[in-house]
Design a protein around this ligand. Structure first.
Ligand code: KG4
Ligand code: ZN
Length: 375
């Protein structure tokens, strides 16, 4: 990625920057405008998200071609709405930021072409944002939290532990060797007949259920390497569900509660180990911080379990509000503003990328499936 560096000798105060963000990497069409003050604090001026659930529901998952077409149909209107809400014209923007990967190529192209057109016409800098970096930096926008911190990134396509040393500088400690956690939630919802999108449905059903009636495995507990695995857990849910057919509402609720408890135990075990390992690298910060980001971080039960584990280890937990955990463009605009503030921007010829690891030095986790290999 072409990078332009700013000279560090100019001591002129920099003005507040206003950045339009565009997100089309999966099944949410989103546009947002944020303002970043020179001290590094952020403010959301507009945040518009349109989920494509109705388009994909009957297929039980996201269909890439349908997603791309739906982005084409509504992106211009979503951007216009964001600009109207922010009360700005394109000429008043300082930059355009767009998710350039990882994700579904068709959707990424729709966002990138639109962002390039706006940047070209209004002569604005453009920033090609890594979607995972956008999740990773959201706490800067919501809480003013700056790196370094330990990050658990849990979304529909990724499950990773990373040390965020700085903007653009990530060290992967571990990742899933098969399914991503969001994927496991979605598949569990599907096989229990809870529909799409799955994560919220499982959380809602679990709230009415009791963990412990069914027995599910706790994947990777006690393992030295910091990886995750959720494929076996999903298969165990299927076996338990089959043994209980026809499933009553109470059975589904109890299975969901046990699934969530198993996930919580596995995450807590992995994160505890990561906190012990990362403590030294995070020493420059007076307070050690654990950040959880990505769609699954919207889950209240998991947040609670992780908050407790963090406290026990002398860490503080930081999680964006649920609406900024799931995909949105405010996080993309913010990541763009953070990069711009450090002198990074891209040429209009940048290419979108289906895969784009945050830590390019980390080898794919052994045994990683299609989703896991994305990271
Ligand atoms: O970050 P995200 O919106 O999109 C990706 O970048 O993948 O994450 C979406 C994932 C989906 O798998 C969805 O089921 C899951 O996050 N999710 C949840 C919850 N809300 C969304 N999983 C568990 N509990 C939730 N409340
Ligand atoms: Zn995401």
């Amino acid at each position: 990625m072409p990078i332009a560096s700013t000279g560090s000798s100019q001591a002129q105060p920099r003005p507040t920057t206003r950045v339009l963000g565009i997100e089309t990497s999966c099944d949410e069409t989103a546009a947002a405008v944020i303002a970043r003050a020179p001290v590094g604090s952020g403010q959301i001026l507009a945040n518009v998200v349109r989920a494509q659930w109705d388009e994909h529901r009957s297929y039980g998952g996201v269909v890439p071609e349908i997603a791309a077409r739906a982005h084409v149909e509504c992106l211009d209107a979503i951007i216009a709405e964001a600009m109207r809400t922010a009360g700005l014209s394109f000429a008043e923007l300082d930059a355009v930021a767009v998710t350039a990967g990882p994700g579904l190529i068709g959707g990424l192209l729709v966002g990138a072409m639109t962002a390039k057109a706006i940047a070209a016409v209004h002569r604005l800098p453009i920033i090609a944002v890594n979607h995972l970096e956008a999740h990773a930096l959201t706490v800067g926008l919501t809480e003013g939290l700056a790196p370094p911190y330990l990050l658990l990134l849990v979304s529909g396509g990724h499950t990773q532990l990373l040390i965020v040393h700085d903007v653009g500088r990530y060290q992967r400690l571990g990742s899933t060797i098969d399914d991503a956690l969001g994927e496991a939630f979605d598949k569990t919802a599907k096989l229990l007949g809870l529909g799409f999108p799955g994560g919220v449905a499982v959380e809602r059903a679990a709230a009415a259920g009791r963990a412990g009636r069914f027995r599910l495995p706790r994947p990777m507990l006690g393992r030295l390497e910091l990886n995750f695995s959720f494929a076996g857990l999903k298969t165990a849910v299927r076996q338990q569900a089959r043994a209980c057919v026809p499933l009553k509402e109470k059975d589904v609720a109890d299975l969901c509660a046990e699934f969530q408890a198993a996930v919580a135990d596995s995450l807590v075990d992995r994160v505890q180990r990561a906190m012990a390992l990362a403590a030294k690298s995070l020493a420059p910060n007076p307070e050690r911080r654990l950040v959880v980001a990505g769609g699954v971080a919207a889950n209240a039960a998991l947040r609670q379990a992780l908050a407790k584990a963090a406290r026990r280890a002398g860490f503080r937990l930081h999680v964006p509000p649920p609406a900024l955990c799931t995909d949105n463009a405010a996080m993309v605009a913010w990541a763009g503003a953070e990069r711009l503030a450090r002198g990074f921007s891209d040429g209009l010829d940048f290419e979108v990328r289906a895969r784009w690891p945050l830590d390019p030095r980390a080898a794919p986790a052994l045994g990683a499936g299609k989703q896991g290999a994305k990271a």
